[in-house]
Design a protein around this ligand. Structure first.
Ligand code: HEC
Length: 136
Protein backbone atom coordinates (compact mmCIF):
# COMPACT_ATOMS: atom_id res chain seq x y z
CA UNK A 1 0.00 0.00 0.00
CA UNK A 2 2.70 2.47 0.99
CA UNK A 3 4.75 1.13 -1.85
CA UNK A 4 1.95 1.83 -4.29
CA UNK A 5 1.41 5.33 -2.91
CA UNK A 6 5.10 6.05 -3.29
CA UNK A 7 5.13 4.74 -6.83
CA UNK A 8 2.17 6.91 -7.67
CA UNK A 9 3.80 9.95 -6.10
CA UNK A 10 6.97 9.31 -8.08
CA UNK A 11 4.94 8.89 -11.24
CA UNK A 12 3.18 12.17 -10.58
CA UNK A 13 6.51 13.94 -10.13
CA UNK A 14 7.91 12.34 -13.28
CA UNK A 15 4.81 13.28 -15.20
CA UNK A 16 4.92 16.87 -13.98
CA UNK A 17 8.58 17.08 -14.98
CA UNK A 18 7.82 15.64 -18.39
CA UNK A 19 4.98 18.07 -18.88
CA UNK A 20 6.93 21.18 -17.90
CA UNK A 21 9.84 19.88 -19.98
CA UNK A 22 7.42 19.59 -22.85
CA UNK A 23 6.05 23.05 -22.35
CA UNK A 24 9.55 24.50 -22.37
CA UNK A 25 10.51 22.58 -25.48
CA UNK A 26 7.34 23.83 -27.12
CA UNK A 27 8.04 27.45 -26.21
CA UNK A 28 11.57 27.46 -27.52
CA UNK A 29 11.07 27.54 -31.31
CA UNK A 30 9.09 30.78 -31.06
CA UNK A 31 12.26 32.60 -30.06
CA UNK A 32 14.25 31.22 -32.97
CA UNK A 33 14.38 33.46 -36.02
CA UNK A 34 14.28 30.39 -38.26
CA UNK A 35 10.72 29.73 -37.21
CA UNK A 36 9.29 32.66 -39.15
CA UNK A 37 6.21 31.73 -41.11
CA UNK A 38 6.31 31.71 -44.87
CA UNK A 39 4.26 34.91 -44.85
CA UNK A 40 6.65 36.67 -42.51
CA UNK A 41 9.60 35.62 -44.64
CA UNK A 42 7.81 37.00 -47.67
CA UNK A 43 7.48 40.37 -45.96
CA UNK A 44 11.15 40.35 -44.91
CA UNK A 45 12.37 39.56 -48.44
CA UNK A 46 10.26 42.35 -49.91
CA UNK A 47 11.77 44.74 -47.36
CA UNK A 48 15.23 43.60 -48.44
CA UNK A 49 14.35 44.47 -52.04
CA UNK A 50 13.12 47.90 -50.99
CA UNK A 51 16.28 48.51 -49.00
CA UNK A 52 18.36 47.51 -52.02
CA UNK A 53 16.38 49.84 -54.27
CA UNK A 54 16.81 52.75 -51.90
CA UNK A 55 20.56 52.23 -51.58
CA UNK A 56 21.36 51.13 -55.13
CA UNK A 57 22.44 47.75 -53.80
CA UNK A 58 21.77 45.15 -56.51
CA UNK A 59 22.95 42.31 -54.34
CA UNK A 60 20.17 43.03 -51.85
CA UNK A 61 17.59 43.46 -54.60
CA UNK A 62 18.68 40.15 -56.12
CA UNK A 63 18.73 38.20 -52.87
CA UNK A 64 15.34 39.62 -51.83
CA UNK A 65 13.93 38.67 -55.22
CA UNK A 66 15.39 35.18 -54.97
CA UNK A 67 13.93 34.82 -51.46
CA UNK A 68 10.51 35.83 -52.74
CA UNK A 69 10.71 33.24 -55.49
CA UNK A 70 11.58 30.61 -52.90
CA UNK A 71 8.49 31.64 -50.95
CA UNK A 72 6.10 31.43 -53.88
CA UNK A 73 7.58 28.06 -54.83
CA UNK A 74 7.16 26.72 -51.28
CA UNK A 75 4.48 24.03 -51.07
CA UNK A 76 2.72 25.84 -48.21
CA UNK A 77 2.18 28.92 -50.37
CA UNK A 78 -0.66 27.19 -52.17
CA UNK A 79 -3.50 27.52 -49.69
CA UNK A 80 -6.09 26.79 -52.35
CA UNK A 81 -6.34 25.89 -56.00
CA UNK A 82 -8.92 28.39 -57.17
CA UNK A 83 -8.26 29.90 -60.56
CA UNK A 84 -7.92 33.38 -59.05
CA UNK A 85 -5.49 32.38 -56.35
CA UNK A 86 -3.32 30.56 -58.86
CA UNK A 87 -3.48 33.56 -61.20
CA UNK A 88 -2.41 35.93 -58.41
CA UNK A 89 0.40 33.54 -57.50
CA UNK A 90 1.57 33.34 -61.13
CA UNK A 91 1.45 37.15 -61.36
CA UNK A 92 3.50 37.43 -58.21
CA UNK A 93 6.06 34.90 -59.46
CA UNK A 94 6.47 36.80 -62.76
CA UNK A 95 7.05 40.07 -60.92
CA UNK A 96 9.51 38.55 -58.47
CA UNK A 97 11.39 37.07 -61.43
CA UNK A 98 11.45 40.52 -63.05
CA UNK A 99 12.91 41.98 -59.83
CA UNK A 100 15.61 39.34 -59.80
CA UNK A 101 16.43 39.80 -63.48
CA UNK A 102 16.64 43.59 -63.15
CA UNK A 103 19.07 43.16 -60.27
CA UNK A 104 21.19 40.85 -62.41
CA UNK A 105 21.14 43.43 -65.22
CA UNK A 106 21.92 46.17 -62.68
CA UNK A 107 18.94 48.12 -63.95
CA UNK A 108 17.59 50.16 -61.05
CA UNK A 109 14.63 51.63 -62.95
CA UNK A 110 13.46 48.22 -64.12
CA UNK A 111 13.92 46.83 -60.60
CA UNK A 112 11.91 49.67 -59.06
CA UNK A 113 9.13 49.22 -61.59
CA UNK A 114 9.02 45.46 -61.07
CA UNK A 115 8.97 46.01 -57.30
CA UNK A 116 5.98 48.34 -57.53
CA UNK A 117 4.15 45.89 -59.79
CA UNK A 118 4.96 43.10 -57.38
CA UNK A 119 3.73 45.09 -54.40
CA UNK A 120 0.43 45.61 -56.21
CA UNK A 121 0.08 41.84 -56.54
CA UNK A 122 0.59 41.55 -52.75
CA UNK A 123 -2.31 43.93 -52.24
CA UNK A 124 -4.49 42.34 -54.92
CA UNK A 125 -4.07 38.81 -53.63
CA UNK A 126 -4.79 39.89 -50.06
CA UNK A 127 -7.81 41.86 -51.23
CA UNK A 128 -9.07 38.80 -53.06
CA UNK A 129 -8.54 36.65 -49.96
CA UNK A 130 -10.53 39.08 -47.82
CA UNK A 131 -13.37 39.61 -50.25
CA UNK A 132 -13.88 36.19 -51.81
CA UNK A 133 -13.09 34.20 -48.68
CA UNK A 134 -12.28 30.94 -50.46
CA UNK A 135 -12.17 27.78 -48.41
CA UNK A 136 -8.54 27.29 -47.40
C1 HEC B 1 -1.06 34.81 -54.27
C2 HEC B 1 -1.50 35.37 -53.03
C3 HEC B 1 -0.59 36.21 -52.19
C4 HEC B 1 0.32 37.16 -52.60
C5 HEC B 1 0.69 37.57 -54.02
C6 HEC B 1 0.89 37.71 -51.40
N1 HEC B 1 0.35 37.13 -50.29
FE1 HEC B 1 0.72 37.64 -48.35
N2 HEC B 1 -0.63 36.28 -47.75
C7 HEC B 1 -1.27 35.38 -48.55
C8 HEC B 1 -1.96 34.41 -47.73
C9 HEC B 1 -2.76 33.22 -48.24
C10 HEC B 1 -1.73 34.80 -46.40
C11 HEC B 1 -2.21 34.11 -45.14
C12 HEC B 1 -3.59 34.58 -44.83
C13 HEC B 1 -4.09 33.92 -43.59
O1 HEC B 1 -3.32 33.20 -42.95
O2 HEC B 1 -5.25 34.16 -43.28
C14 HEC B 1 -0.91 35.99 -46.44
C15 HEC B 1 -0.49 36.68 -45.32
C16 HEC B 1 0.43 37.70 -45.33
C17 HEC B 1 0.89 38.42 -44.18
C18 HEC B 1 0.43 38.20 -42.75
C19 HEC B 1 1.40 37.27 -42.09
C20 HEC B 1 1.01 36.92 -40.69
O3 HEC B 1 1.90 36.49 -39.97
O4 HEC B 1 -0.17 37.01 -40.35
C21 HEC B 1 1.81 39.33 -44.58
C22 HEC B 1 2.58 40.32 -43.74
C23 HEC B 1 1.92 39.18 -46.01
N3 HEC B 1 1.06 38.17 -46.44
C24 HEC B 1 2.76 39.93 -46.80
C25 HEC B 1 2.80 39.86 -48.18
C26 HEC B 1 3.68 40.66 -48.99
C27 HEC B 1 4.63 41.70 -48.46
C28 HEC B 1 3.44 40.29 -50.27
C29 HEC B 1 4.11 40.79 -51.49
C30 HEC B 1 5.54 40.92 -51.51
C31 HEC B 1 2.40 39.26 -50.26
N4 HEC B 1 2.05 39.02 -48.97
C32 HEC B 1 1.87 38.68 -51.41
C33 HEC B 1 -1.30 35.37 -49.92
C34 HEC B 1 -0.56 36.20 -50.74
Amino acid sequence: MTHLTRTLALLAVALAAALTGHARAGDKPKEEPKKLTLMQRKLLHSQTVLEGLATNNFEKIGSGGAGLLECVNDATWKINETEKYLAHSADFRRRAEAVKKAAKDKNLDAAALAYVDMTLTCVKCHQYLREDKPNP
